[in-house]
Design a protein around this ligand. Structure first.
Ligand code: 4AD
Length: 458
């Protein structure tokens, strides 16, 4: 269908005074004695195009019902009120009718109500803005890595290993209902399945990413990860998008520099390209959002060791639900206190106790901590998990044995330490957590098109 994007009409003054055809959905409508008005949105911009109907020329009734899909031709003119342009309609056609039971009748709905209709909430300003920012953030991530000669690799989604070793893997099977009863042992049951062994959805592309980096030097993956965590929180989803660079010949400070540069690049891109969307979020969700993002884009991030962070939390006098002591995993409340109250900017917490971190992290000479860091940001908490990898075969085996991991399940990974093992590091950024930080949206369910969480899939 030959038509012009509404975004172009707002951005290119040359359209003014010309006849144009646009398509879109009616967002709001108003009827008066001689005239009628409808706000049309086609998803290319947050702004609605005002349609002006002269009742002497055209009966506007069929074109004023909320949610109706329209194709409209008319003359684009300067808006009577305010800035911008509007369309004096000469001809209109209903492409898709929308009956009054259309659920998005009100101007504003609660996020909880909108979550009950993921297929329709895309037609709200909130999702219009969020999805455009999500697209820009994704583009900025690719731009960042590609401009630095990282190779974009696609790690498998179906896998036989559990990268994080936390047992949060969704199983993949073609076995029929009740088949397990026919097998005396677990091993025999898995051996009869599609892959002839236990398989699942990847929680992280890291292990395969490390293999790629050991030949390609600098790689990144950007795809979905899956976690069967029974965590019903505003920042955990069962399916999320994961950005994972892996860099050969890089130690912890090198990878931290890359992570910080990447976050800054994303922030600058969004500040430059998504101004209307950020203004929208700032008005409706988080006062001071743009200043927060500009501040983070222009200044260096904080760095503190885990040991020092624990001391700062203990001495803060703040009351936490979970008490803080050396050796404990930092909870969201601790993370947020550190980044929001103490440092007031994005913060790397480094050198965590080895017991609370994954087997693959490089052990520090102190014997107690690992060369790992989490990046915490205000409003969200952890958005990046990062580490130098243990490149020494014996130390890696020791860490696996201490966790009761089966060596044969990680044979390929262990080979990487046998054949030309070099220092290397990487990190994982959760795209949705980054989006929560950038938009001020406080629930991960509202930065995904179709969120999957415990007890929720459609
Ligand atoms: O800290 P995590 O578990 O680290 C890894 O998966 C490493 N293998 C990454 C690497 O070094 N290549 O996860 C990394 C990030 C977290 O900081 C968080 O942003 C996000 O992934 N994440 C989740 N996001 C949404 N829902 C969940 N359930 C998430 N689990 C992790």
């Amino acid at each position: 269908m030959k038509h012009t994007d509404i975004r172009d009409l707002f951005e290119d003054a040359a359209y003014c005074g010309r006849e144009v055809t646009v398509c879109g959905w009616v967002r709001t409508a108003r009827d008066s004695k001689n005239m009628a008005f409808a706000a049309l949105n086609d998803g290319t911009t947050l702004a609605h195009l005002q349609l002006v109907f002269d009742k002497e020329k055209l009966d506007p009734a069929p074109f004023l019902k909320l949610g109706t899909g329209l194709m409209v031709t008319g003359t684009l003119v300067h808006a009577m009120r305010g800035q911008g342009v509007e369309l004096n309609v000469e001809a209109a056609q209903v492409l898709g009718e929308c009956p009054p039971e259309y659920p998005l009748q009100k101007k504003r709905h609660t996020p909880e109500y909108l979550r009950t209709m993921p297929h329709l909430r895309v037609r709200t300003n909130l999702f219009n803005a969020m999805l455009r920012v999500r697209s820009e953030v994704s583009g900025a991530i690719h731009e960042f890595f590609r401009s630095r000669h990282f190779t974009y690799v696609h790690t498998p989604i179906l896998t036989a290993s559990d990268c994080e070793g936390a047992g949060e893997v969704f199983r993949v099977t073609t076995m029929p209902y009740g088949a397990d009863g026919a097998y005396p042992e677990e091993a025999a049951y898995y051996a009869a399945d599609f892959f002839k062994r236990r398989a699942g959805l990847s929680v992280s592309g890291q292990l395969e990413g490390e293999a790629a980096a050991m030949g390609m030097g600098k790689i990144y993956t950007f795809g979905p990860s899956f976690r069967a965590e029974n965590s019903n929180t505003p920042r955990h989803a069962a399916e999320f998008w994961h950005v994972e660079p892996e860099v050969a010949f890089a130690q912890l400070p090198d990878i931290m520099e890359i992570a910080e540069d990447m976050i800054r690049h994303i922030l600058r891109s969004v500040l430059e390209r998504c101004k209307p969307e950020l203004d929208f979020f700032q008005t409706h969700l988080e006062p001071g959002l743009c200043e927060k993002l500009r501040g983070a884009a222009d200044s260096s991030f904080g760095v503190v060791t885990y040991t020092e962070a624990v001391r700062l939390l203990q001495e803060s006098g703040a009351e936490f639900v979970y008490p803080v002591e050396w050796g404990c995993d930092l909870q969201t409340e601790h993370e947020r206190y550190l980044t929001e109250q103490i440092f007031r900017k994005p913060l790397f917490v480094t050198d965590y106790p080895k017991q609370i971190k994954a087997f693959y992290m490089k052990q520090n000479p102190d014997g107690k901590t690992v060369a790992a860091t989490d990046l915490l940001v205000p409003g969200v908490g952890e958005i990046i998990g990062c580490s130098e990898r243990e490149a020494d075969l014996d130390k890696l085996l020791e860490a696996m044995d201490a966790r009761g991991m089966r060596r044969e399940d990680y044979a390929d990974y262990l080979d990487l330490r046998r054949f030309g093992s070099v220092p290397h590091s990487g990190f994982g950024l959760g795209l949705e957590r980054m989006l929560m930080y950038v938009t001020g949206i406080s629930n991960i369910r509202d930065v995904q098109l179709y969120p999957r969480t415990v007890g929720n899939i459609r």
